[in-house]
Design a protein around this ligand. Structure first.
Ligand SMILES: [Zn+2]
Length: 260
């Protein structure tokens, strides 16, 4: 399988500053990748119904994740106020970055399964670990930077500007597209799209876990024209209706692509 994030790359300058500014995170990530690579083997083993056999408890994922989160505290990427979903999103971004620095994909396949399909388990674990580490970090007094939630300091891999297409939802500012069956539509209290990749198993580590209804625009289709809002300035723009279109905003010149 070719995973959609496989060609994700960051600049050598970004890599250099990442390694310099986040020394503890950089030294915790290799062990986290080693443990999750081991765990990926147990997930890839299927039972007779084709379901993954589950996560082996002896792979060391919990311990290495705990050390990674502690490193995030110490490097100032995480504060005690961060919510479990934000912590998990931070780990997702770190994994994507670490992979893009030239590390193996096996770990990311496991993490895709864990972050998206097994999300309630992952959130529960992160919450538990955060409680333990928050205590340690405040005792040692090393959580000094207290950045808001860490996410700002890394490179976000998706935008808040999404569209509804016939066969799924997509991000206007990237080529991330989540096909029907890979998300569940949720209602109140949090209306939106819970992304789990249960149908395709084509985990895209660039994708958010959840997209709210307000972030997803259903374009207006009139005969052979489509009207969609510019993801930069909000201007309503017209395009000719094809299955895949490129629109250039007449107001701010932003160019974006979307499926219809
Ligand atoms: Zn515009």
């Amino acid at each position: 399988m070719i995973y959609p994030f496989q060609s994700y790359k960051v600049s050598p300058a970004y890599k250099k500053s990442f390694l310099e500014e986040l020394p503890q995170v950089s030294s915790a990530l290799p062990e986290f990748f080693r443990a999750t690579t081991v765990a990926s083997q147990s997930v890839q083993q299927r039972d007779i119904f084709g379901n993954p056999r589950g996560i082996r408890q002896d792979a060391g994922v919990d311990d290495s994740l705990k050390l990674l989160l502690l490193a995030c505290f110490n490097d100032g990427l995480l504060s005690e106020q961060a919510k479990p979903a934000q912590v998990l999103d931070l780990v997702r971004q770190l994994s994507l970055l670490w992979y893009s620095f030239g590390n193996k994909i096996d770990s990311c396949i496991f993490l895709g399964y864990y972050f998206y399909e097994m999300q309630s388990t992952a959130l529960h674990l992160v919450d538990e670990l955060k409680k333990q580490i928050g205590f340690l970090a405040s005792v040692s007094g090393q959580a000094h930077r207290h950045l808001q939630d860490g996410v700002d300091t890394l490179m976000l891999s998706y935008s808040p500007h999404w569209y509804r297409a016939q066969a799924g939802i997509g991000d206007k500012k990237s080529d991330i597209f989540i096909a029907d069956g890979d998300f569940t539509k949720t209602d109140l209290p949090r209306p939106g799209y819970q992304i789990h990749f249960k149908k395709s198993k084509l985990y895209d580590l660039r994708a958010p876990f959840f997209v709210s209804t307000q972030q997803v625009e259903t374009p207006l289709v009139q005969q052979d024209k489509i009207v969609s809002s510019c993801p930069s300035c909000g201007q309503k723009c017209r395009g000719k209706l094809f299955s895949f279109i490129e629109i250039k905003c007449p107001k701010c010149s932003t160019v974006w692509q979307q499926k219809t």
